[in-house]
Design a protein around this ligand. Structure first.
Ligand SMILES: Cc1ncc(COP(=O)(O)O)c(C=O)c1O
Length: 404
């Protein structure tokens, strides 16, 4: 079974002369499905997690002013990023998360969370090291571990709630465990993991000496007033934890490519070598945008959260009408839902490709998220209400015809 949607659709990759590291990885299906969709007229995307909102006007204005009035807008910044941005980020961490971090030595501004994740994994993981990943899990974490020649070790989430299966996680820990990657609110399931479970996981990390890499991309996005908690808050774990943050979803800035990484100073020293080799620095105009986002009004974040919660309710109402053929677990955060379909229609790659060509809706095959994702397609509800309604009607019709 191909992990790659392009290969499943017929693409063949050259292997001669290509490194083993790169032969072994795939472009995640999240990015491949929109490529395939370019050839399908009039299709609607429930695929990649792109919120429909434009970047707030005050952020765009600040960048325009900066480009016009400042001579250094088009130049590199220091490798770790603009000092003022690092200070503003550290202030935000104190204000919103109760976390004290030194902006001089413990923060690096990155090219999105993605570069922060990749640089962290390349810094920590040696060939053959085991990295624990929930299954299902965000596809790019898997490819990044493979790129570092690490060994992804999957532990299943509980399929009825998508919460951490603590027995399975404990069983997966071995003397070769180097790190655990944790992302919540969780992509692709929308789960917000229970604080008691996370505290237990942190205890195991201390006992066994492995790192925890916290992907905080959706830290602002929990629904129904549910509190958010991360192991980053545990002072006793500080030497073993890296936090990776994103401006993409919180401030509708997916295209600006800016994020931030928080790590103990003696680990960040090494992460900086990878960051320098791969990126030099995050784009300067994007850092200016991130600074404006942090210093400006925060109402947009609450507005995004409320709007996305209403969109979750809308999509869930559609899915309820498709029961019992389709089933799902109600997302508690992020903006994804894993939809389980009857196994007789085929595997998730086949179903996602048929949905693209026959229903003209982009979904992501569950197999892209590890073995625990098979039997599902992931829907993103970041799109507008009109897009969601039309896409869900198309899905309902397709599943009616194909699961009767
Ligand atoms: C869990 C997770 N981590 C990281 C990213 C990438 O974030 P960024 O745009 O900041 O690189 C995404 C994007 O969808 C994501 O879902």
């Amino acid at each position: 079974m191909e992990r790659s949607a392009l290969e499943a659709a017929g693409k063949r990759y050259r292997t001669e002369g290509i490194s083993r590291r790169v032969r072994n990885i795939a472009v995640s299906a999240i990015k491949e499905m929109p490529l395939l969709a370019q050839k399908v007229p009039d299709c609607i995307s429930l695929g990649q997690g792109i919120p429909s909102f434009p970047t707030p006007a005050h952020i765009v204005e600040a960048v325009c002013r900066h480009l016009r009035d400042t001579a250094w807008s088009g130049k590199y910044t220091l490798g770790p990023g603009l000092p003022a941005l690092r200070r503003a980020f550290a202030d935000m961490l104190v204000r919103e998360r109760g976390l004290w971090v030194d902006p001089e030595t413990e923060i690096c501004i990155t090219v999105g969370a993605m570069e922060g994740l990749c640089a962290s994994i390349l810094t920590l993981v040696d060939s053959g090291d085991e990295v624990l990943l929930p299954s299902p899990n965000y596809a790019s974490h898997i490819e990044q571990v493979l790129l570092a020649e690490g060994r992804p070790v999957f532990f299943p989430l509980k399929p009825d709630t998508w919460q951490l299966d603590m027995k399975a996680l404990q069983k997966a820990i071995s003397p070769r465990t180097k790190a655990l990657i944790l992302c919540h609110p969780h992509n692709p399931t929308g789960a917000v993991f229970a604080k008691e479970d996370l505290q237990m996981v942190a205890q195991w990390a201390l006992e066994h000496g492995f790192f925890i890499l916290c992907d905080e991309t959706y830290d602002f996005l929990t629904y129904d007033g549910r509190p958010y908690w991360s192991v980053l808050s545990m002072p006793e774990l500080r030497r073993q934890v890296i936090g990776v943050f994103s401006f993409s979803k919180k401030y509708a800035m997916t295209g600006w490519r800016v994020g931030a990484l928080v790590a103990p100073a003696d680990i960040l020293d090494h992460v900086m070598k990878v960051h320098d080799a791969a990126a030099i620095c995050a784009p300067t105009p994007s850092q200016v945008a991130a600074l404006a986002a942090l210093e400006g009004p925060q109402e947009c974040v609450a507005h995004f959260r409320q709007t996305l919660q209403a969109r979750r309710d809308r999509v869930c109402a559609f899915l309820d009408r498709m029961a019992p053929r389709l089933s799902y677990v109600r997302p508690q955060g992020a903006y994804y839902v894993m939809v389980q379909f009857p196994p007789q229609i085929g595997d998730s790659m086949t179903v996602a490709l048929r949905l693209l060509h026959e229903a003209r809706v982009i979904t992501i095959p569950g197999s892209a998220f590890g073995p625990g994702g098979e039997g599902h397609v992931r829907l993103s509800f970041g799109g507008t209400e009109a897009e969601l309604d039309e896409a869900m009607e198309r899905l309902a019709q397709w599943f009616d015809q194909n699961t009767a």
